[in-house]
Design a protein. Sequence first.
Length: 381
Amino acid sequence: MKFGTKAIHAGVEPDPSTGAIMTPIFQTSTYVQAAPGDNQGYEYARTKNPTRDALQNNLAALENGKYGICYSSGLAALDAIMKTLSTGEEIISSNDLYGGSYRLITRVYGQFGIKAHFIDMSDPKNIVQHINKNTKYICIETPTNPMLSVLDIKAICDIAKMHKLKVVVDNTFASPYLQTPLDLGADIIWHSCTKYLGGHSDVVMGAVITKSKVLADKFAFIQNASGAVPGPQDCFLMLRGIKTLHVRMDRACANAKKITDFLLKNDKVANVYYPGLKTHPNHKIAKKQMSNFGAMISFDLKKNTFSTAKKILKSTKLFALAESLGGVESLIGHPASMTHGSIPKEDRLKVGLTDSLIRLSIGIENIDDLIADLSKAIGKV
Ligand SMILES: *Cc1c(COP(=O)(O)O)cnc(C)c1O
């Protein structure tokens, strides 16, 4: 099955008791048993729920994996991955991570004696010098936020294989429609389903996907043992959102391409960061491992101050000033004061995250309206 068919049909069967074409919301905490131990595969809803099962099977199919395990948020999914490690074990992570991931790895798992090395993986060979006998996972996120750098997933997986390490990929920004890291050698994929998978800014959820039965059993065990499970209504909304992932993504990517064209021609704009641009330093890798370049764009201004950026952030009408991304509606954000406010300024500037850097999550509105909105707002500076 091709992607668009899988998005709609994989894991989803008409309800056998009624014929309902949509997966019912099994809003129940427990299941009646005929006799002790005699049940229909469901005993208690933290452990298993049919709405959640359908979603998990759907997600596994989308990532070309075998097993999907859902959690109550993206960070709860990463939390489950970290819980498969023991004190004294180490991970090597790319240094340009979602802030919440960095916080969980360092401040929660650091105190349990799990060590993380955050390094520049733009040259995958940099990884080798940090590998030791305690290393378990190589963790990456690509494309990154907000600079939209792209890491070479296959090259990183090749190095990991040579050292018998597993590769963990946060695939939130690309979504499985644009990039399937399991096909490139990765072992564990995780998502903030809150973003493109859900796609309508109405659910917080996470998922882990793998081909390995051994790993899947661990993740299912943690799902039940720690209990960070999504509710059935949220699973239903996620299934519903996923049905249009490919259509939404096609439109959002097409809109993003046109907006980069507009930004490049605007004389107030200094730099435009988008992996689809031939001038982007990682364009070739992006082209190799992604089927399109996504719908996240960052740019900064010639008049490079927070106050010029602020003027734009306050002036857009369609682009809403908000954190998060991946919904049908376009969002605008200011990483230096919002998502990346806790990073020291000199570290920010080193990677190009200037005071005027603005991040856009491009939605699926009419492109002319989006460009008119941005054009008017940028015209104010
Ligand atoms: C939002 C996000 C997360 C965290 O997911 P939540 O669902 O908010 O817990 C992790 N990684 C990336 C890239 C994100 O954008």
